[in-house]
Ligand binder design. Structure first.
Ligand SMILES: *Cc1c(COP(=O)(O)O)cnc(C)c1O
Length: 359
């Protein structure tokens, strides 16, 4: 059976991107961020291909357990800590590391009865105001972690940059890095601050550990640059095929709501790809699609299972021809910018109807 709607995942590109990161931060250890099914690329396959990682980071305990079940033995950091007191013994049993970001979590660890101490990082709020202990409370929090026999020593320190990808907000990033390095300098133990944008733009944020996410997948964290411009290779290429082709006349309307009206006599390709596969329904007419080495535009609203592309009046494309929706030859950053979103949102949203092919 031929797989039509598919996401080809280049494990070679993934390793290439990892090595690009490594070359930017030769002194740091790398925590590969594989949350949300490795940004939609496949949790276990990605983690295994990135076996030079020094650790992994995920957002949910289920993701960490899936990695352990798959035989991953490196440290796994739960970036958001844990959500239920019942999870504390699970952390110990599976040797998971937690980011401790509030008193409630610390209390739950203090009163737990565990056979061995839990690996923990103190999550410092340096200005994002999402998770983390405020700087003026951090010394006391750290001291309390130090005192807790259920917490392994040394304690790590972790924080997150919220504007490292935006040059116009460099003052804010500089302040975040300053707060972090000030606190970290007064304590032993591992430190981790930089995300992808920190790694590429902010050498001062390169602490002992770094946490790349999006760049591993070959995608740029910056609005005005593609991954390719950063020396990265796209890992995911979303593909399908033309399943029908039809000729239409100038003025003919296409699809639900007659959202496209042909400005000339032309040929329309019907592609087996829809919002039921995770391709965004909101794309405007003319959103680029790659076919037979040229870019053509979408036409009409994307349907659940299909979409239309305007192949042009002189099209010699045929039923069965391959179409690239994003990836190699057509950066996902481009589609994201047309939609006014970030590429992260596109790659994580493919549905389980899409066949994943690892190369
Ligand atoms: C998602 C995430 C990262 C990775 O961010 P990228 O922008 O994808 O590099 C790093 N740290 C934390 C806490 C995160 O939530």
């Amino acid at each position: 059976m031929m797989q039509s709607v598919r996401a080809e995942i280049s494990l070679g590109a993934l390793v290439h991107n990892f090595n690009v990161v490594k070359s930017k931060v030769p002194e740091s250890k790398i925590i590969s961020v594989v949350k949300a099914n490795a940004y939609g690329h496949g949790l276990v396959q990605v983690a295994k291909a990135l076996n030079d990682s020094d650790a992994y980071a995920v957002a949910r305990i289920e993701e960490a357990l899936a990695l352990r079940s798959a035989g991953i033995t490196k440290p796994i950091i739960l970036l958001e800590g844990f959500f239920n007191e019942d999870d504390v013994p699970v952390l110990v049993a599976n040797n998971l590391t937690v980011a401790l970001h509030c008193t409630e979590l610390l209390e739950q660890i203090e009163r737990a009865e565990v056979p061995s101490p839990i690996n923990a990082w103190l999550k410092l709020n340096t200005g994002m105001h999402r998770l983390g202990v405020n700087p003026d409370e951090a010394e006391a929090f750290y001291a309390r972690m130090e005192k807790c026999p259920n917490i392994a020593k040394p304690i790590g320190i972790i924080s997150h940059l919220c504007c490292a990808d935006e040059p116009k907000k460099d003052e804010y990033t500089r302040r975040q890095i300053g707060i972090f390095n000030d606190f970290a300098s007064r304590h032993p133990g591992p430190t981790a601050l930089a995300n992808s944008a920190g790694i590429f733009t902010w050498p001062d944020s390169h602490t002992q550990w770094v946490r790349p996410g999006i760049v591993l997948y070959g995608v740029s964290p910056y609005e005005d640059k593609t991954g390719e411009e950063l020396g990265l290779k796209p890992v995911m290429t979303l593909k399908s095929n033309i399943i029908a082709k039809r000729h239409i006349k100038k003025g003919d309307k296409v699809g639900y709501g007659c959202y496209y009206e042909a400005p000339y006599d032309t040929n329309i390709g019907i592609v087996a790809m829809g919002y039921g596969d995770g391709y965004p329904r909101q794309v405007p007419n003319g959103t680029p699609v790659l076919i037979n080495n040229r870019i053509v535009g979408t036409a009409g609203h994307v349907c659940m299972d299909m979409m239309f592309i305007d192949l042009g009046p002189d099209s010699t494309d045929q039923v069965g021809d391959e179409v690239v929706l994003w990836g190699e030859g057509l950066p996902v950053e481009k589609i994201a910018s047309i939609l006014g979103t970030i590429p992260y949102e596109l790659v994580i949203k493919l549905t389980n109807r899409v066949n994943f092919v690892y190369k």
